[in-house]
Write a protein that binds this ligand. Structure first.
Ligand SMILES: Cc1cc2nc3c(=O)[nH]c(=O)nc-3n(C[C@H](O)[C@H](O)[C@H](O)COP(=O)(O)OP(=O)(O)OC[C@H]3O[C@@H](n4cnc5c(N)ncnc54)[C@H](O)[C@@H]3O)c2cc1C
Length: 464
């Protein structure tokens, strides 16, 4: 690749583009009804799951020895498994849900929900061992051996249960912190295996399904739909996008002492629907790197055939990007994120970027119309940490906007000055991007200044 070709990319401005010209279509707008419809479907499924356990229970079964524990064991198992599948759906990257909640919103819900399926499935295992022991008038340990050794599909289910509990244990914050993100993620994938191992015993033994072909059919369809969505959106779509765009590194540019821009070239980028402010999961197919994908925001909208990301070297992976060689193939997953112009509720906008958070602000600016009169606040510890500032200034001035650079350490720069710098900030949409601590403190601060939550949009560069 020659310097002439890559110099077509924005270096100190928008690369000769007009303020409004776009080279790839924006990502589709979120569909609020799609989220409501998904919630209704999930709620109805939960209701049907509970109903199938309750309606198959007879009064004589309840009053028999171990009957109550048997009923509760069945109910907790079904509801727990149902919720486990909902958790899988939450991180399956189904586009219409991702567009409404964003990746971080989905991961947040996934985490919030996590304790429920794990506790319910653990309760299911304990209750059913007790129930069978009471019914057979034997000890629980003896009954556990009988269940695992003689009941169909119980050995597989027990292995799946053990794996699930191990993953749950490792996910506990105190332990999770000690495991590298990549190891934890690989280990976490074991949840798919754990669920698959448990599938057959539910169908073969569950009172809601034995002798109830319709309930069994619906349960199987639910599993197939979940597996289909995961395969299509988590694995299929990224493979298709990667092959379709055939990205490869053409240049690595140093932007500052610890920040580089990686410029990739690809095919059909004019057909890649992506909005400024969105990010991809990037996987560089080079030795020692191919097995991990990391999220990085596009630092400019695609200029076909080029796409750019700008990265601060913080850890092993981000630092190693400076060593990438031209020709390295790149796999992408995405685009993801709701930090886009679609989120706008007001005419005018204020963009506040902390450090490397400038990448999202820079690309988002490209999607803002002149009427947004954007005010951009760039926060950095020192002058050398202000990257892409010239591009931001040019894009802002083309939209009749202004840029404020707040440079200095935390004690020297009081962000509270914002109210004087941007007197009409309560009337603007406020977009905040950067490291998590920065984003949290600015979100809290603007909330205290009276900006309503629906006008505050943020992207925290925090890894799940
Ligand atoms: C949605 C999203 C968009 C992102 N966009 C960009 C982007 O455009 N450019 C960019 O440079 N980064 C971006 N990031 C952050 C980037 O993904 C991580 O910095 C990177 O993956 C860290 O990987 P690593 O292996 O190099 O560091 P790790 O080994 O994971 O971490 C190394 C050290 O750095 C610290 N660290 C890691 N990430 C951060 C962080 N974000 N802020 C402060 N300390 C951190 C860790 O606590 C650890 O001490 C984004 C993150 C998200 C979630």
């Amino acid at each position: 690749m020659t310097a002439t070709t890559t110099s077509a990319l924005p270096r100190t401005g928008s690369g000769g583009r007009s303020a409004t010209a776009g080279t790839s279509p924006p990502a589709p707008a979120p569909l609020p009804w799609a989220l409501t419809a998904s919630l209704v479907v999930v709620g109805a499924g939960l209701g049907a799951t509970i109903a199938s356990a309750v309606t198959t229970e007879t009064s004589s079964e309840l009053h028999a020895a171990g009957g109550v524990a048997m009923f509760l064991g069945g109910l907790t198992g079904l509801v727990g498994t149902y919720l486990a599948l909902v958790m899988v759906l939450l991180v399956s990257r189904v586009p219409w849900v991702e567009r409404a909640l964003g990746q971080d919103g989905l991961v947040r819900w996934h985490r919030r929900l996590a304790a429920w399926p794990v506790s319910l499935i653990a309760a299911h295992a304990v209750l059913l061992v007790i129930a069978y022991a009471q019914a057979a008038h034997t000890g629980t340990m003896h009954e556990l051996g009988t269940l695992v050794g003689t009941f169909p599909w119980m050995l597989e289910a027990t292995v799946g249960f053990g794996l699930m509990m191990l993953i749950a244990l490792v996910s506990v914050k105190a332990i999770r912190k000690r495991v590298s993100r990549e190891r934890w993620w690989a280990f976490h994938l074991g949840m798919y295996l754990a669920l698959a191992l448990s599938f057959a015993h539910v169908i073969a033994l569950g009172p809601s399904f034995v002798g109830h072909p319709l309930a069994r059919l619906l349960w199987v369809l639910y599993w197939l739909a979940t597996a289909g969505l995961v395969l299509a959106y988590r694995f299929g779509l990224p493979v298709v996008r990667t092959l379709r765009h055939g990205l490869e590194v053409v240049e690595v540019r140093r932007e500052s002492h610890d920040v580089v821009s990686v410029i990739c070239r690809g095919r059909n980028l004019d057909k890649l629907a992506v909005s400024g402010g969105q990010f991809f999961e990037w996987r560089f197919l080079a030795r020692g790197m191919w097995w991990q994908a990391h999220p990085f925001t596009m630092s400019a909208k695609p200029t076909p055939p080029f796409l750019r990301l700008t990265v601060k070297g913080l850890g092993d992976f981000s630092q190693s990007l400076a060593e990438l060689r031209p020709g390295t193939k790149v796999a992408i997953e995405g685009p993801y994120g709701v930090f886009t112009a679609h989120a706008r509720k007001r005419r005018k906008a204020l963009l506040i970027a902390g450090g490397i958070g400038v990448t999202a602000a820079r690309a988002l600016l490209e999607d803002l119309p002149v009427s947004a009169e954007p005010v951009v606040v760039l926060r950095a510890t020192s002058e050398r940490d202000l990257v892409l500032a010239a591009e931001v200034a040019e894009l802002a001035s083309r939209r009749k906007g202004t840029v404020h650079e707040l440079v200095g350490d935390r004690n020297a720069v009081r962000l509270e000055r914002l109210a004087q710098l941007v007197p009409d900030l309560r009337k603007r949409d406020i977009y905040i991007s950067g490291p998590e601590g920065f984003v949290k403190s600015v979100v809290t601060m603007v909330g205290r200044m009276g900006v309503p939550a629906e006008a505050v949009h943020y992207e925290a560069y925090e890894l799940p």
